[in-house]
Design a protein. Structure first.
Length: 371
């Protein structure tokens, strides 16, 4: 029995989560697995009603689950940054989900490149540090002090920034930070994954030619970890990487990236594979509670229209099964999605005419046929 906390979230979140749960229900009917789902209202509606984001009580409750399944968080009525930091990033940081795994296989025939090129890339995005530590603020009149704090499982850090500029302007700061121990454990996880899939080469992304303080530590740890593990590695600057992902995605198999660049290149890569409608992600704490979600957001303008593609969320459920140690069932979901596509069922984003619910039904049917 797996205890799963379900956070449907906002916008189209509840619709796509409902389809993924249909698929999980079919697994429990046909295979030896049982789920205990419990839904939580941790979203913008509750925030607008009560002012609450992720509360201590939520955290206490979520700790009792094996895993977290999330739809999407985001609402136009709320200023950018509040829900993102207050709920989504708060979940990732609170549960110390320091790895963000975003698989990007080419989904034939939906790839968006003009040229036929086959690829299957796993992106691993560091998920708790870099430019996501919120060390920053604004200084007016050129003078002031920022007293900041970064609290993670590995440390509780105070940072003070004293600014004294000779021009009385407004200044804004956003400082990136990485710690050796976090890079080490992140690299260990990526290397372990390489062992699992028998891969010997890791492409490591950064911008060490400009942000050479933060990314020289990153490089130092990666070089050391790969040497010890007998893996080969190649460093790529992120600008060249974006170009290469469009030009020669078949050059890459496992890609490791800092948080911010990972955010950007995984949207790019999702588009190359077939679109955001097909891209899942796992926020992984290898020793704790992980969280699975589609890479896309809450798309409020499509809410309730039964037209959004649920496959990214269904594939997030596949990753959740893999993570719970049931790779056999993860494979069933993957084959179900492939089977539905092969029957010619797909949603508008992919040029088809299936609705959200018809797409979920087609995956369910494909799984039934496989039995
Ligand atoms: C993502 C999103 C989030 C991120 C935002 C909503 C905080 O873009 O999951 O890629 O930047 O990580
Ligand atoms: Mn993103």
């Amino acid at each position: 029995m797996y205890k799963i906390a379900v956070l449907p979230g906002d916008g189209i979140g509840p619709e796509v989560v409902a389809e993924a749960m249909k698929v999980l229900d079919v697994l429990s009917e046909n295979y030896s697995v049982k789920f205990d789902f419990q839904e939580f209202e941790i979203n913008s509606e509750r925030y607008l009603r009560t002012g609450e984001l992720l509360t201590d009580e939520d955290i206490g409750q979520l700790k009792r689950f094996d895993t977290i399944f999330l739809g999407a968080i985001g609402d136009d009525r709320v200023k950018p940054g509040i829900l993102e930091k207050g709920i989504l990033l708060a979940l990732r940081f609170t549960f110390d989900q320091y790895v963000n795994h975003r698989p990007a296989p080419l989904w034939k025939p939906f790839g968006r490149l003009k040229r036929e090129v086959d690829f299957n890339i796993d992106v691993f995005r560091e998920n708790t540090e870099d430019y996501y530590v919120a060390v920053g603020g604004r200084i007016s009149q050129g003078k002031g002090t920022l007293d900041l704090r970064v609290k993670r499982h590995l440390y509780d850090m105070k940072v003070r920034l004293d600014v004294d500029a000779d021009a009385p302007d407004d200044y804004a700061f956003e400082i990136g930070m990485m710690s050796r121990r976090n890079i080490e454990r992140f690299a260990d996880h990526v290397i372990e994954y390489c062992d699992l899939i028998n891969e010997n080469y890791i492409t490591v992304v950064d911008k060490a030619n400009v942000c050479s303080n933060i990314y020289s530590l990153w490089r130092e740890v990666w070089a050391d970890k790969c040497r010890r593990a007998g893996k080969q590695l190649g460093f790529m600057f992120v600008d060249a990487m974006t170009m290469a992902l469009v030009k020669n995605p078949d050059r890459f198999r496992v890609v490791a990236t800092p948080n911010m660049f990972g955010d950007i290149i995984t949207d790019l890569l999702a588009e190359v594979t077939g679109g955001l409608g097909l891209a899942p992600g796992g926020n992984i704490n290898p020793q704790g509670i992980s969280m699975f979600e589609p890479v896309h957001g809450s798309a409020p303008k499509y809410k309730g229209m039964n037209r959004i593609n649920p496959v990214a969320t269904i594939l997030a459920a596949k990753m959740m099964m893999d993570n719970l140690g049931r790779r056999d069932l993860g494979q069933v979901i993957f084959d179900g999605v492939r089977g539905a596509f092969d029957q010619g069922v797909y949603t508008k984003d992919l040029g088809g005419n299936a609705t959200t619910r018809q797409m979920g039904d087609a995956v369910v049917d494909a799984i039934h046929r496989m039995k």
